[in-house]
Design a protein around this ligand. Structure first.
Ligand code: NAD
Length: 516
């Protein structure tokens, strides 16, 4: 267990209900799911409303614990955690009926007489594991979708943000049925115990290293999994960009939550001449945001723990500082810092920074930047600042990343129409908006036939004995099977009549011959 996880007492599980083992928790949730309790839409709606009430009633406490764990500024508590969850819940409540209803599917010629549906089946008992940097949002946003989809959910907050984790374990059972939606607390040891249980879906947010453990566990039971991971998200700044706005937006993204964001701009790729202007504007933006002194600013967060503070200080060692660089261990404060003359082989370029340090690596042009990005793991986000379509196109067509933002950073996270997730080392699967709901349902395909005699006659070409005519008829149907071809209705009816007459004639003939 790492040093941070000592902050939280071992495995306090739903303190109100007394201690339960991981097995008991999962067994209880499974029994609840089997009883069908979580499936009716009105029940799901009520739970979502309860969750909304939890956020409203407990907002002050939640902001307090976020402040305790991360010194998160009040505006960020509201705008990035509580507020986003309320928006997700309201959106989900508004759409719950249509999202959960069976989806009618476009018919093809081969299914003219059938009914085609997709049923949204909840998986069963799902596990949602959150990370510490947004300790409320990252664990509860998937839970909203999982509840809406009719699952039971084991909720596992990050032990590295112990105040928030404890608040969830203490307060949530007052709003949600803790048999269906238990909160499970603990560090590596307890979570390893929990992972011995079988889940019907696993949704994990955290580092790629630990993500591999979840992937292995999921593979063992063939459990479907979403992995929301991290990595280094690069920024390319082209000379055509508005450098003043680019600087403001990049340094805004780098200072949110003191840079502890999975999609924080990790490093900048630009030419030497762009770098000079960019640094100038970054200094001005920092002066404007924090009046030059972040320590006394109420708009700047702190590093989560001594371990991460030391890790970040180490990454800055032997680097040339162009902006900031001040640190305060007692306060876990690291000033927004820009590094220049950074080499690709420097330690800071070998791992996700996850802090307010911005290295700039010089490249001559977009081709060099693209090569640089493609030689590394696929990023969770890629940011491009340019006004040239040729530059946008070059990056979009020649790089692979979870998402791309052009001329800003991070903002795709709150665009609900855009699924959020990684690719390769930065993750698999995605969520947000309807995609969160869809993540937690199995899309069950249903084809319903009736005993219609015309349909049966038309389809009789599929039965043996096979013939040239039947093969031709089937080939015709398959060739025209892309969607139901309304313009062919008269032809189909004529064809059906032809088939019916042929088959009828055949049997009539046979019957008459037998009579003779
Ligand atoms: P973390 O240490 O909080 O770990 C995440 C979760 O994994 C925790 O709940 C923890 O208990 C559990 N865990 C840790 N080690 C485990 C083990 N050995 N076995 C089982 N469970 C274990 O978070 P972290 O990993 O330090 O988070 C930071 C990382 O998460 C960064 O890489 C960041 O980019 C990424 N992240 C990604 C997203 C996203 O949406 N893609 C969001 C936030 C953070």
């Amino acid at each position: 267990m790492n040093e941070d996880s000592k902050n939280v007492p071992t495995c306090i599980i739903n303190v109100e209900n007394g201690k339960r083992t991981a097995t008991q928790i999962v067994e209880t949730a499974r029994a609840a799911f089997k009883s069908g309790q979580t499936k009716p839409v009105p029940y799901r709606r009520q739970q979502l409303k309860n969750l909304l009430r939890f956020l409203k009633n407990e907002e002050e406490t939640l902001c307090d614990v976020l402040q305790k764990d991360l010194k998160k500024p009040f505006q960020e508590c509201i705008a990035h955690e509580v507020g986003v969850l309320e928006k997700d819940l309201n959106d989900c409540l508004k759409n719950l009926k249509s999202w959960s209803a069976p989806e009618r599917v476009k018919k093809t010629a081969a299914n003219f007489f059938d009914d085609l549906y997709i049923y949204n089946d909840p998986y069963g008992v799902v596990l949602v594991v959150g990370a510490w940097n947004y300790p409320l949002l990252l664990v509860l946003a998937p839970v909203v979708g999982a509840i809406a989809a009719g699952n039971c959910v084991v909720i596992k907050p990050s032990e590295i943000a112990p105040a928030t984790a404890n608040a969830l374990a203490t307060l949530l059972p007052k709003y949600l049925d803790s048999n269906c939606y238990p909160v499970y607390l603990g560090g590596v040891e307890e979570t390893t115990e929990l992972l011995k249980e079988k889940f019907d879906y696993i949704f994990y947010t955290g580092s790629p290293q630990v993500g591999k453990i979840y992937h292995q566990v999921a593979t063992k039971n063939l459990t479907p999994v979403t992995l929301e991971l991290g990595g280094k998200s690069p920024v390319y700044v082209d000379s055509s960009a508005n450098l003043k706005l680019a600087a403001r937006r990049i340094i805004w993204g780098k200072t949110q939550n003191a840079g502890q964001i999975c999609i924080a701009p990790d490093y900048v790729l630009c030419s030497k001449s762009v770098q000079e202007e960019l640094i100038d504007y970054i200094e001005k933006a920092l002066e404007e945001f924090f009046q030059g002194y972040v320590k006394s600013s109420k708009s700047y967060g702190r590093i989560i723990s001594k371990r991460h503070f030391a890790r970040l200080c180490n990454l800055m060692k032997n680097q040339k500082i162009a902006v900031g660089g001040h640190t305060d261990e007692e306060d876990l404060l690291i000033e927004p810092t820009v590094l220049v003359d950074v080499k690709p082989e420097d330690p800071i370029m070998q791992e996700e920074i996850f802090g307010p340090i911005l290295p700039i690596v010089n490249v001559n042009d977009k081709e060099e930047a693209i090569r640089f990005i493609n030689e590394r793991e696929k990023p969770l986000a890629l940011y491009i600042f340019t006004t040239k379509n040729s530059v946008k196109k070059a990056f979009l067509e020649n790089t692979s990343s979870g998402g791309v933002v052009i001329n800003d950073v991070i903002m795709h996270f709150i665009a609900d129409g855009l699924p959020f997730g990684g690719v390769g080392n930065s993750g698999m699967g995605s969520y947000h908006g309807k995609k969160t709901f869809d993540t937690f349902v199995h899309k069950k395909s249903v084809l319903c036939k009736n005993f219609n005699i015309i349909g049966e006659t038309l389809e009789s070409v599929k039965y043996a004995p096979y013939s040239k005519f039947k093969t031709g008829a089937l080939r015709f149907v398959l060739r025209n099977n892309t969607s139901f071809p309304t313009k062919y209705i008269p032809h189909i009816l004529m064809f059906g009549l032809g088939v019916a007459v042929t088959i009828g004639g055949y049997y009539l003939n046979k019957y008459l011959r037998e009579e003779e």
